[in-house]
Design a protein around this ligand. Sequence first.
Ligand code: COI
Length: 410
Amino acid sequence: MECGFSPQLHSNRPILARTCPGASPRTRTWTSFLASPCLKTGSQIHLPHSSLKICNGAACKAVTSAPFVETTEATELDWDNIGFGLVPTDYMYVMKCSSDGIFTNGELKKFGPVELNPSAGVLNYGQGLFEGLKAYRKEDGSILLFRPEENAKRMIDGASRMCMPAPTVEQFVDAVKMTVVANNRWVPPTGKGSLYVRPLLMGSGAVLGLAPAPEYTFLIFVSPVGNYFKEGLAPINLIVEDEYHRATPGGTGGVKTIGNYASVLKAQKIAKEKGYSDVLYLDAVHNKYLEEVSSCNIFVVKGNVISTPEIKGTILPGITRKSIIDVARSQGFQVEERAVPVEELLDADEVFCTGTAVVVSPVGSITYLGKRVEYGNRGVGVVSQQLYSALTSLQMGLAEDHMGWTVQLN
Ligand code: COI
């Protein structure tokens, strides 16, 4: 049985929307809606979401949800000190589906608590995934997303591993766009941070015996963020974990399931109590090869060669990781994706981490079996700085995007 109509908000499907204050709603394409001059910062947008049409072939029906009115009131945030903590924003996006696997009737709702059955699959058996991507404000006031379709594809891969249906790439990307546009006023000014977009996919239906949930919820919320580590852009101090492991071969380390992150909290807490910024994990089989840091991938620089652990099911295939590999190669570095023995840290010129939240984070020191190695006089290494600048210039629209990675919203 099908859930009904699937939302197809892509460029060649009509939506009925009013984008300028006072204008009458008219049928337009999703692309032209997003390109409307009235979607720029400082304007008030009325999108009568109740009249948004979703179509399945020739048949269309209106989505019934509360209209959203974008508020352009200034936020009271101190943009210079936002850090990486949740700031409640105006809207979140919610879309559900039953076990038939078809997501429908996605809608923007006021940001707030979610009601879940106590027996929901996500609460009892951890059947859940999350994603993370960022929206940046350009100097002209428009907004850039960075490779959102990569997050969509990674969610589809993770959902397959976790026995969950997933939104299509198009549904995912359109939902991200809608959520960011609706929360426009929370996208920090250029250079002050970004809007972190957190898509979730969870087994929201009730189960008691161990089984896939009968209903799933896709949800997106957003929060303005600054630097992830309290060190800001200064180098972080890592400790190599030799007791706990993050992932095992055949497990779920290669997908972004919520359980991967709960399981690193203990080692992270112990490390932080000892003054380290975070934990670097080794492989579970040999306890010898680098895997990843709790929340990011790792790179080791030696001369012109940049090495990073290969993707083999136990580390997360980071989108920033993949982007940095391409950027580094385009700048003439030799990038090797391979098994990297922990001993190579002792001899490295530089080490840095990559991730959506951390971007490119230089490592100042690594402690392994009680021995501390320091890099770049504990300042930011030349290569880390060069790659950080190249990537963030693309993400913020300061450099021309020859890679075709950015998506402009308005
Ligand atoms: C991200 O970098 O977006 C992540 O998902 C890591 C998270 C622990 C903040």
